[in-house]
Every structure is written in structure tokens, then in C-alpha cells.
Design a protein around this ligand. Structure first.
Ligand SMILES: CC(C)(COP(=O)(O)OP(=O)(O)OC[C@H]1O[C@@H](n2cnc3c(N)ncnc32)[C@H](O)[C@@H]1O)[C@@H](O)C(=O)NCCC(=O)NCCS
Ligand SMILES: Nc1ncnc2c1ncn2[C@@H]1O[C@H](COP(=O)(O)OP(=O)(O)OP(=O)(O)O)[C@@H](O)[C@H]1O
Length: 285
């Protein structure tokens, strides 16, 4: 790989960071999303709002930029894994400082942070597949400096014996590569609006993700409701179709009744938008 001059590296890192932040904002604003914060309101969340999500997204730009700069044209090794882990945890602190201690984007920092690093490792360009594979190499490496916390996500993955955020990354983001990105592009080709295509991509993730946010709040019944509702929306022709919209509205009510919110699916939608822009930067930005 040809080494780039410093000024190009800095420009590339800045673009990646701005793009990642914009994808978080696009995800947050997209409406109507079942159970999630969107431009209509707070969904199933009492401590979140759109303004808070946007403030949090902006607070993360320096983290994404540092991740890109530190990862530029470096191989996936333990030293880089430790740097990325440290920057990710510092990013979580930035987020907490910006939101007064509310978790707005922990899962998103993880997924987007790894993907930003992966694009930088590949020298600022690369197809979505290569980027996801590179991010997985990093996610599979041990990070000995990580504090041993028994998080809600870990508890849910143990209790229900399902994969969570770590495994999704270690498996090279199957819900993005095999479901969301193909659905996003198919729905665009079918002539729906960009918002419909993004909502369809979210549905595609929700059809099979074992979202630990949903499991923690609403158990297996909540996860089943999320997956079967999303399947029904897509089977009805997606969110551009009136019947798909009707089923989505029913799913939204159901998620609110169950106090369930697919935060992990939302993170992966933001990450999908990011990989989409990596492949078509001039069209989408
Ligand atoms: C791996 C992370 C997300 C912790 O995950 P964990 O499963 O332990 O639980 P936690 O409840 O804290 O957060 C999980 C979050 O992931 C998202 N999520 C939930 N389910 C899924 C899923 N199946 N797939 C993807 N994301 C999911 C949700 O937003 C959820 O809130 C992360 O916080 C972490 O370990 N960071 C360490 C810093 C680091 O190494 N960063 C490197 C990249 S910046
Ligand atoms: N639009 C969105 N609305 C809500 N959550 C989102 C949205 N986008 C992403 N998320 C993700 O959802 C997670 C927040 O979910 P949740 O509030 O269930 O987690 P928690 O703070 O661990 O749990 P709880 O609020 O039940 O204490 C964040 O990590 C964030 O990455």
C-alpha cells in the first residue's frame, strides 16, 4: 500500500469522522422507527431525546477522528487493538459528559468506531466487504486493558445464549452485509424515498438480530415481537407500501407497550449508512 502524505491522511480522517457523526444523526432523525428515539419523540426511552442524541453524535466526532488517525495504514495487531479500545472508552466518556451521564450511543461507538478504524487501516478506501472483514479482525483480538464489567448486553447474551454486539462485529457484521445493505439498495431501486429505503434496511436488521437492548427490557417475547413484526412489514412490500406502513405502526405500538427498543438494530443501521457512503461518497454526502 502506498503511504499517503500527512495532509491527505488528516483530510481523510476528518471526512470519516464527519461522515460517521452524520450517519448517527441521520439514524436518530429517521422516522417512524419502532420504540426508538426519532423526530417524532422519545420512543420507549424516558431518559433520551432527539436533541440529546444529536448532542451525543457531535461529541463523538473527535473520537472518530482520533480512531481514524491512529489506525491509518496500520495492520490489525494487539497494539492497534489496545489503542482503539482506549479511544473507544474515552469516546464513551465524552458521550457521558455530553449527555449528563445517559447512554445514548455505547453500541454505536463500538460498531462505527471499528468501521472507521477499518477504513483508515485500508488507507482511506475499500469496499464495504473489505472494511467489515478488517473491522472483524480487530474485534477478534483481545483487549487486555478492558475493564471486566458485567454489562446488560453480556447478561442478556449469557441468559438467552445468543450473540450480541461483540459477536456481530467479530463475524464481520452479517446483519449489515447480508441484510441491511442489500435491502437499502433494493428498496432504492424499487423507487421508494430514501427514508423508506432506510426504514426497510432497519426492518431487515430487525428480522433476525438478537438485540440485547430488547432482550434486557422485554425478554424473548419482546425479541419475537420485534422480529416477526419486521418480517411482516417487509412481506407487505416494505415501508413505502401502505400495508407495510400500517404494520409498522402496529409494531411501534407493540414495542412501546412492551417498553422495548431495538437500540442495537439502530446502531447497525447507522453503521450501514456509513458503509454505504464509503462506497459512494460523492452521491451520499
Ligand atoms: C462491545 C460493547 C458494545 C459492550 O457490549 P455489551 O454486549 O457488553 O453490552 P452493553 O449493554 O454495554 O452495550 C451493548 C450495546 O450494543 C448494541 N447491541 C445490542 N445487541 C446488539 C447486537 N446483537 N448486535 C450489535 N449491536 C448490538 C446496543 O446498542 C447495546 O446497547 C462496547 O461497549 C465495548 O466493549 N467497548 C469497549 C471499547 C472498545 O473496545 N472499543 C473499540 C471500538 S471503538
Ligand atoms: N435512535 C435511537 N434510540 C434509542 N437507542 C438508540 C438509538 N440509536 C442507537 N441507540 C442505541 O441504543 C442503546 C441505548 O439503549 P438502552 O437505553 O436500552 O440501553 P441502556 O442504557 O443500556 O439501558 P436502559 O435505558 O434500559 O437502562 C445505545 O447504546 C445506542 O447505541
Amino acid at each position: 500500500m502506498k503511504l499517503l502524505p500527512r495532509i491527505q491522511v488528516e483530510g481523510g480522517a476528518e471526512w470519516l469522522a464527519r461522515t460517521a457523526t452524520q450517519c448517527l444523526i441521520d439514524e436518530a432523525r429517521l422516522s417512524p422507527k419502532p420504540g426508538l428515539v426519532d423526530s417524532r419523540g422519545n420512543g420507549a426511552h424516558h431518559d433520551l431525546s432527539l436533541a440529546l442524541m444529536e448532542r451525543s453524535a457531535h461529541s463523538l466526532t473527535p473520537t472518530f477522528q482520533a480512531l481514524a488517525l491512529q489506525s491509518w495504514q496500520r495492520p490489525a495487531d494487539i497494539a492497534l487493538r489496545q489503542t482503539v479500545g482506549r479511544l473507544g472508552r474515552e469516546g464513551e466518556q465524552q458521550m457521558m459528559a455530553a449527555t449528563g451521564g445517559v447512554n445514548t450511543h455505547r453500541g454505536a461507538i463500538w460498531a462505527l468506531g471499528l468501521l472507521v478504524s477499518a477504513v483508515a487501516m485500508l488507507g482511506g478506501n475499500g469496499k464495504a466487504r473489505a472494511v467489515a472483514d478488517t473491522a472483524a479482525q480487530l474485534a477478534k483480538l483481545p483487549d487486555d486493558a478492558a475493564p471486566k464489567v458485567f454489562s446488560k448486553g453480556l447478561r442478556a447474551t449469557h441468559r438467552y445464549r445468543v450473540p450480541g454486539a461483540r459477536e456481530e462485529a467479530q463475524q464481520a457484521f452479517p446483519h449489515i452485509m447480508q441484510r441491511a445493505l442489500p435491502q437499502l439498495r433494493l428498496s432504492r431501486l424499487n423507487g421508494g424515498t430514501e427514508a423508506h429505503a432506510r426504514l426497510d434496511a432497519l426492518m431487515a436488521i430487525m428480522t433476525s438480530l438478537t438485540d440485547t437492548c430488547v432482550l434486557s427490557r422485554a425478554g424473548m417475547a419482546g425479541l419475537d415481537a420485534m422480529q416477526s413484526g419486521a418480517r411482516a412489514v417487509l412481506a407487505a412490500g416494505g415501508t413505502a407500501h401502505p400495508e407495510g406502513q400500517r404494520i409498522l405502526a402496529v409494531l411501534d405500538k407493540q414495542m412501546l407497550l412492551l417498553n422495548a427498543s431495538p437500540g442495537g438494530a439502530a446502531d447497525l443501521l447507522a453503521a450501514t449508512l456509513f458503509l454505504d457512503r464509503i462506497e459512494t461518497p460523492y452521491l451520499a454526502n
